[in-house]
Design a protein around this ligand. Structure first.
Ligand code: ADP
Length: 211
């Protein structure tokens, strides 16, 4: 909301001297109480000022923390997600490890057909299978991955805040961003949200001048 110069002045007066009556504010601005009335109503309705009968106006503006928190809760996964790195269910553990290095990610999503999510494969899943004596070329990732429906996911319209919370609560590094497929219990992978994605968003926010 764009405030007029006079409204800014009123806020300053109330901030410094509140509680203060409308009469006293008008006096300080060399205006009549009637001239000031619309401004006071707007500022009260917009939540900048609070009015108490017989006491006057208080400053009720939001603190910097409140504003930051409101801003953070509006950021959406769709604007921050990164590209998913996927492998097919029949891919060998050996090839999946190569993919992890080539794509420089910590988690791979396992799909079937055209992007249907079937599982998630983390660094430790791959390390664990590499510790056995089996030939890594002959173990398919489907055997070592965490399988649907046990995969924690997020959607395009979820907030970054909810996603960060899931990453913490479930203690995982990455969530597939999914889109439900109409009339099916299966879901399509459309992106990736990781602890790195959240960290990047955090750094970008700190660079913004207007929060
Ligand atoms: P790392 O294994 O490298 O520590 P994670 O903490 O992300 O990475 O993974 C720990 C375990 O959780 C692995 O077995 C992995 O398959 C599983 N996992 C990873 N991401 C998810 C997810 N989004 N939903 C469910 N399980 C997951």
């Amino acid at each position: 909301m764009e405030l007029s110069e006079r409204q800014e002045k009123i806020i300053q007066i109330v901030k410094n001297q509140g509680p203060i009556t409308g009469e006293k504010i008008a006096e300080q601005l060399s205006l009549t109480r009637a001239t000031l009335r619309p401004d006071l109503s707007i500022l009260t309705m917009a939540g900048f000022l609070d009015a108490r009968p017989r006491v006057g106006y208080f400053y009720a503006g939001k603190s910097a923390n409140q504003l930051l928190s409101e801003h953070l809760r509006k950021l959406l996964v769709r604007d921050y997600k990164s590209l998913p790195v996927v492998v097919g269910e029949e891919t060998s553990v050996y090839d999946a490890i190569c993919m992890l290095f080539l794509e420089d990610v910590g988690t791979l999503f396992v799909i079937k057909e055209v992007g249907i999510l079937v599982g998630v494969l983390s660094r430790k899943d791959l390390l664990q299978s590499a510790m056995g004596k089996q030939d890594l070329h002959s173990i398919p990732v489907g055997v070592v991955m965490t399988r649907m429906p046990n995969v924690i996911t997020c959607e395009l319209d979820d907030t970054l805040f909810e996603t960060a919370r899931k990453l913490m609560d479930y203690q995982v590094d990455s969530l597939p961003v999914i889109r439900p497929i109409e009339g099916s219990s299966q879901v399509e992978v459309v992106g990736r949200m990781s602890k790195t994605t959240i960290t990047k968003a955090f750094v970008e926010l700190a660079k913004e001048e207007t929060v």
